[in-house]
Every structure is written in C-alpha cells, then in structure tokens.
Ligand binder design. Structure first.
Ligand code: ADP
Ligand code: MN
Ligand code: MN
Ligand code: MN
Length: 374
C-alpha cells in the first residue's frame, strides 16, 4: 500500500542520517599543508536537469579551469551512453571555491562529450558559448530569477500539514514568521554558500506558494549566466541535502490554486542599457513575437511539455500558446519593468522560461533571435 511504501521510504531516510558532530570534527581538520586540492567535478546528466558530481585530488592549486585535467565517467549510469561504450568525457569549464570543503578546494563545472568527442545531447553549453562569442561586442547581460520548492522527506512541500494544505496564497510572498515561511535556514545557508563560491547571486525572496522560494543570479555577461546558475543549483541541492530536505525545480509541483515555478530571464544589450535603449528593447520584443514556438521549445528540458503545466494564463503567467508583452504586466510573456519604461532604457524580462530550464539554451536562443537574427 502507499502508506507502507511511505513508511519504508521514511525509514530509509532516517537510516541515511549521520552524526553531524563527528562529520564537523573531520571537516575541520587542517589539510592545508598536505599538498592536495580536492576538486569536485560537476556536470549535467542525461535528463538535462539533474546534476552529478565526483571528486579528484590534484597536487596543485588550480587558478582556472584550463589548469585542470579532462576526466571521464560512466555515462551509461547517467543516461548519456550505452553500457558497451560508456566512457564519457568531462571538460573543465569554470572553477568556483568549494563552500563545503573550504580552503583552496574547488568546484569544477564541466561540460560533457561522448566517446567520439561530440557534445552529449544535454551539453547545451558548447553551442551557447559559440553564440556568446559571436555576440560578445553587444555585451549581452542576463539576470535569472530561479524559483524552486522545498520538499520534506515525504516529497510533500516542506512544512505543509501532513494530511492537508496550508491556508490559501496571500500571506506567503516575501513573508516573515513561522506561520508564513518554511525552510528559511536552507535559503540563508544557500545564499552564503553562493557568495563564498563566487556565484554572482543578487538576492533571494520567499515566493507566493508556501515552501517556494527564489534566488536571483546576475547581471551576468554571456556564458557566465549559465555557469553561475548551474553552480547555484548544485549548491542548492547540496545544501538541502545537508538539511535532509529536497529542492525541486519542478515547474508545477502542486496542482490547483498554487503558483508554479519559473526562471524569469532578464536580458539587455549595451545598446538597450544606454540612453534611448527602449527602442532597442522594442525591436527585440518584435523579433521575439515572431519566434514564440521556437522559444517555448528551448524554455524547458522537455521542449515545452513542462511549461504546458505552468503557463496556464493564471497565477501570474501568460498562456503557453500566446505571445504577449506589456509594461509592468505579470500576465505577459515579456514584461518591461515600469522603471525601464520611465527611464527609456534598461532591460526586459522574459517570464516564459520554466524553473527547470537549461539557462544555456535560454540565453542562447535569446541572443540568436534578438541579436544575431539567426
Ligand atoms: P522581479 O521584479 O521580476 O521579481 P527580480 O528583482 O527578482 O525581479 O530580478 C531582477 C533581475 O534582473 C535580477 O536578476 C537582476 O540581476 C537582473 N537585471 C537587472 N538589470 C539588468 C540588466 N540591465 N540586464 C539584465 N538583467 C538585469
Ligand atoms: Mn523576482
Ligand atoms: Mn518570483
Ligand atoms: Mn520576475
């Protein structure tokens, strides 16, 4: 029965808990004179959403990704290769400080290549980098608002009553108080972890659905948007793991009168940011209006299927089927912030990307449509 299954799952989680006092004692050992840097290689798996990681010791302190060796893993265990031909390559792309291990230890963001050295199906970084290099002179900036939901060990939203629902939405957005927000420890710990790592995190807030939160990364130029957001996501899952909760990027974790989760993507070029840039913004929006389906396909890892559950036209979303744009309107595909309309320059917000989107795909297609006319 379901009840029994849940009992078994709960028992496993409890069995998986460890003594953090003992862990802390060993994590606080000083290994700085041992001549070893722990490098945690991180990559996107075959789902296009999951992150995987494994660690390599090196006997030097890397200054940038190019200092580190190419490595490999068993792609047949991540949905990225056949068992008979499983070796898949990890190419270091960017390095960050490791907030868990501290010291000189690193997080190493990698992209993935098949046995024949072609990118894997979920390696969207390679193409994105090529696009960003072509558009570099226009200085494209992005800021992504990553919404997510914390789940308890029963996979029900964290802090929600076990057999029911909290009161209707209203008091929770940017809420304060034990009856308004659930899981702030996770959010605060994650924020600090991102700052330490070197992620350009610019803020956090509690969201409309209780146990739903947001953090913002940006403005980031070019490829660093995707890099920083993926590391921020890795850190979110890793911090949540430490607290024994789960962070999900599902765009509609609860059906009914509950908000879904998105990854609003704010975008500008140098010309948009300069005096009179509103004209550039309007030109870009006009181009976007002619490529709605192309963008919806790139805005979640299942080519629009995930967003169909979220972009209903309700709960501060536009319909997945229509393109629309407006000033200060949160029911549109594209929103021009009021202060941008008044200043006649700045940026615009694309509200369509799903919470589980790949930021490399999102930023790639924005630049292709709005700048490169590709
Ligand atoms: P909202 O009002 O939609 O909730 P947020 O404050 O959560 O907006 O997020 C705004 C985002 O816009 C931030 O990630 C910020 O980095 C980004 N941003 C600000 N200025 C620019 C710009 N000129 N170009 C691109 N992104 C920008
Ligand atoms: Mn926001
Ligand atoms: Mn939000
Ligand atoms: Mn927004």
């Amino acid at each position: 029965s379901t009840a029994h299954l849940i009992q078994v799952i709960m028992a496993n989680f409890i069995a998986g808990e460890t003594n953090k006092t003992i862990a802390d004692r060993l994590m606080n050992l000083d290994i700085s004179k041992c001549g070893i840097t722990q490098c945690m290689y991180i990559w996107i798996d075959g789902t296009g959403e999951g992150v995987r990681a494994k660690t390599k010791s090196v006997n030097f302190v890397p200054k940038n990704a190019a200092d580190l060796p190419i490595w490999n893993y068993d792609g047949s265990s991540t949905g990225q290769a056949e068992g008979r031909n499983s070796d898949t390559y990890l190419y270091p792309c960017a390095i960050y400080r490791d907030p868990f291990r501290g010291g000189d230890n690193k997080l190493v963001l990698c992209d993935t290549y098949k046995y024949n050295k072609l990118p894997t199906e979920t390696n969207h970084r390679k193409a994105c980098k090529e696009t960003m290099d072509k558009a570099a002179a226009t200085k494209p900036w992005f800021g992504i608002e990553q919404e997510y939901t914390l789940l308890g060990q029963d996979m029900h939203p964290f802090g929600w009553p076990k057999n029911g629902f909290p009161g209707p939405q209203g008091p929770y957005y940017c809420g304060v108080g034990a009856d308004k927000v659930y899981g702030r420890d996770v959010v605060e710990a994650h924020y600090r972890a991102c700052i330490y790592a070197g992620v350009n995190i610019s803020g956090t807030n509690a969201e409309v659905m209780p146990a739903q939160w947001e953090f913002q990364v940006g403005p980031c130029e070019g490829i660093s948007m995707g890099d920083d957001l993926w590391i921020a996501r890795f850190l979110l899952h890793r911090v949540a793991e430490e607290f024994g909760v789960v962070a999900t990027l599902d765009p509609k974790p609860m059906t009914g009168d509950w908000n879904g989760a998105g990854a609003h993507t704010n975008f500008s070029t140098l010309a948009m940011r300069e005096a009179g840039g509103l004209k550039e913004i309007e030109t870009a929006i006009d181009k976007l209006s002619r490529h709605h389906i192309r963008h919806i396909k790139a805005y979640d890892p299942n080519e629009g299927k995930d967003n169909e559950r979220r972009l209903t036209g309700l709960h501060e979303t536009s319909s997945v089927h229509d393109f629309s744009a407006g000033v200060a309107n949160r029911g549109c595909s594209i929103r021009i912030p009021r202060d941008v309309a008044e200043a006649k320059c700045g940026y615009f917000e694309d509200r369509r990307p799903s919470s589980n989107c790949d930021p490399y795909q999102v930023t790639d297609v924005l630049v292709k449509t709005c700048i490169l006319d590709e």
